[in-house]
Design a protein around this ligand. Structure first.
Ligand code: NDP
Length: 310
């Protein structure tokens, strides 16, 4: 019987207990899932950074830590964690992100605000939006989420450029990588979507220099992580019109402080880190199947490279 510790926010236990037990049973694993186990007896930890465990040293027998989140920046530098760490790649998390990114992209592409916010009795029939085929979109980060978003936008007709650290090939989009690739990816981009992890290399990737590469009046959509953007450079780019609007779901400080200029800036949309979320039914299956892999001696999926930071 595997001892599995659930170490996430206590409120999530009631949502996860049944789906996780069902998923373990479905893959044929005998599992004792609990909020408390003696640390030296725990085989696997189902983990979120807002749960009770932050010192992994007492978990001497633990074979892996199974994250419930896609982003790992708050745990990746934890020196007490010597066990393998898997992050979450989950179809519901991906689907949610694709819907959020597509919706916010279409809002800006179609100029919806003009009509929604500007409904004033004046019949303006000269504001046709361009077709998607004439609106270049760039996605920084084409992993599980970025690639899915890029492909969804490509299906709508947008010419999509994706950018990653290593050379990649994703159907229906132009793929670039590395430092030179970044300049090419951002030059003349009209909509830029950030789906990079937060690492020392990606912090501040949108800054004064990179904003200046974009098409005049570009749109920024950031569901990745707040530190990817230099906030002062964004405010300056908004004020000079280089960036027409920024839709931000993630911030350097969360919750975003009430006096932060983003809240009241007319060209900034703030959403409270809700672009997507982990859904227990699908996440439980991913975790059970990954633990089964471990028990069979197969390599874990979605292993975090601690040195790389994601
Ligand atoms: P992945 O690890 O699958 O993909 C990350 C992508 O970023 C890869 O394409 C990777 O390149 C690229 N990348 C990483 N470092 C660099 C670099 N230095 N230069 C260029 N490219 C780089 O992550 P996911 O797609 O699953 O998730 C992405 C992020 O989305 C998460 O880290 C998290 O921060 C955020 N997120 C936000 C949510 C929200 O609700 N707002 C919900 C879930 C996630 P390569 O392919 O070469 O490795």
């Amino acid at each position: 019987m595997l001892k599995i510790l659930f170490s996430a926010h206590r409120d999530r236990w009631s949502e996860y207990e049944q789906p996780l037990n069902a998923a373990f049973a479905a893959v044929g694993l005998a599992a004792d899932l609990a909020l408390d186990h003696s640390p030296d007896e725990v085989d696997y930890i189902v983990f979120a950074p807002n749960g009770p465990v932050s010192d992994f040293r007492p978990y001497s027998k633990t074979k892996a830590v199974m994250g419930l989140w896609a982003g790992v920046e708050t745990i990746v530098n934890n020196d007490t964690l010597t066990q393998p760490l898997c992050r979450l790649v989950d179809e519901s998390l991906t689907d949610g992100m694709v819907e959020w990114v597509t919706g916010h992209t279409l809002r800006h592409h179609l100029g919806m605000d003009t009509h929604i916010k500007g409904q004033d009795g004046v019949w303006r029939d000269d504001s046709f939006p361009p077709l998607a085929t004439n609106r270049p979109v760039t996605i920084l980060g084409i992993g599980a989420l970025g690639a899915a978003c890029g492909q969804a936008l490509a299906r709508l007709g947008f010419p999509v450029t994706g950018w990653s650290r290593t050379a990649k090939s994703v159907p229906d989009m132009r793929c670039l990588h590395g430092e030179e690739g970044l300049i090419e990816a951002l030059t003349a981009a009209e909509i830029v979507i950030l789906l990079l992890p937060q690492t020392p290399e990606t912090t501040g990737i949108l800054n004064e220099k990179t904003f200046s590469l974009l098409a005049e009046g570009a749109f920024i959509i950031n569901p990745g992580r707040g530190p990817l953007i230099d906030d002062s450079a964004l405010l300056a780019a908004l004020d000079r019109g280089q960036v027409a609007h920024a839709t931000l779901d993630v911030f350097r400080t969360e919750p975003l402080p009430p006096d932060h200029p983003f809240w009241s800036h007319p060209k900034v949309t703030v959403t409270p880190h809700i672009a997507s979320t982990t859904r227990p039914e699908t996440a439980a299956k991913v975790i059970a199947e990954n633990i089964l892999r471990g028990e069979r001696g197969e390599p874990f999926k979605y292993l975090v490279d601690r040195a790389r930071g994601y």
